[in-house]
Design a protein around this ligand. Sequence first.
Ligand code: FES
Length: 511
Amino acid sequence: MHETTGNIAKRDGALESPWQTAAYTAATSTSTQQTYDCLIVGAGITGLTTGLLLQQAGKNVIIAEAHTLGFGTTGGTSAHINTFADTTFAEAESAFGEDGAQLFADAIRDGFNLIKHNINELGIDCDYAEKTGYLYAETDEQVKLLHEIYQAMLKVGVPAHYQHNVPTPVAFKKALELPGQAQFHPIEYLLVLRDEFIALGGTLLENTPIDNIESNDGLHVASSGERSIAAQNIIYATHMPPGINVFSFRCAPYRSYVLAVKLTDDTYPDAVIYDLQDPYHYVRTHVIDEEPLLLIGGNDHKTGHDDPEKAFDDLEKYARTYYNVASIEYRWSSQYYIPADGFPYVGQIPFMPDGIFTATGFNGNGMMLGSISAKILADQVMGIENRYSKIFSPSRLKPIDGFTELVKENADVAYHFVADRFGIPETDSLKQLAPGTGKVLELNGSKLAVYCGEDGGIQALSPVCTHAGCIVNFNAAEKTWDCPCHGGRFNTDGSVITGPPTKALQTIKYI
Ligand code: FES
């Protein structure tokens, strides 16, 4: 496994991604501003792109990041930039009609082009490379699905054609070639956006979680500990905004897994390749520290549900079945949110005071959708009409016949609200906990989230998620407590890593 020394970008788990190899330096920016045009919460690709767009337009922006730049999903992305998305254009058409599918395709393309534009304009050295993509079907059922995907791509003008020659060792029945895909190093990209944002007068505060917001007469005052930040607009670029809101029931949190491996031979594909299994796999090559690495990812599952270690084991088995693996250099996981009807939610948060926005539900396509969301949000803050505002509005009422995720995901959240309160008593004892592992145990009639440190020390917490009361599960791979309801995640000391919860899990002093 790769060992990194020195100052690296941090991220939201124990496992390291190759993007953390970027030479990370803390941001230094100061501000004497009394009131900002916009406070952006979160310094991932969505927050920093929005901040830069607004600052370029002459606005005064402050970004407050609870941890450090790229700490969340941007630091753990698989860093694909695509012309297509996890919600297929066929699904988009089925749920939103032909015009909706066309707008979605245009939004994906505009997000892609915004990244490319920034890289060119700012001269960003971030391993950007355009690659041919392939999507293949291994069964008759997948062949049918592939054809639907193909036809819908043609309708919205996304280039695709059938191809017999695919650089994959997997036996397939049919495949599409998808020209013009791309990949990059997300943290190298983000660091330059940040520097440009600051050079234009923007303010970035790291390690500044926003605890509360009070709104009065069109002005919002956010607090972080003793500090107050006044702004006319607030954007939550945090995936899920805090509190219990419409997104709690419209977005389902998922975890995705990636291995970066060295091969014993040189069969690294010069392409980005996807299968159609459920959960799916993808393969691509990235050169890190002058060494090619094969990135193999997928095996996604709902956060807090399946066993993350098993997901990694299965991914490794898959890698070793098809490639001559010499060593596994990195393995990491990351979180994303599947929206109920397949499209992201971007804009004013329903039932909150005017001028409080969010962008969430990017599925596995956060690079393009995060970037186009930044443009939509920047336009909304400036009162400029944006052609995607309506279709991605969080207030949309969507009749969804073609998209089945809504029913499945809502049923699942409802199940956890009930099952977590009346669950089957846990009979394991503390003694069964090996160092470095955690488990929810039932002791003396109370549920406890118990973690046994590497030194054998026990850390006991209330397992009741501080967001809406679901019971957290231990993620043995990342050494975190993950909530199965809306994807909230906590450190082993109980502190919040990923919202929507804003409060730590309660510490239990005596057990
Ligand atoms: Fe909503 Fe835990 S994240 S209950």
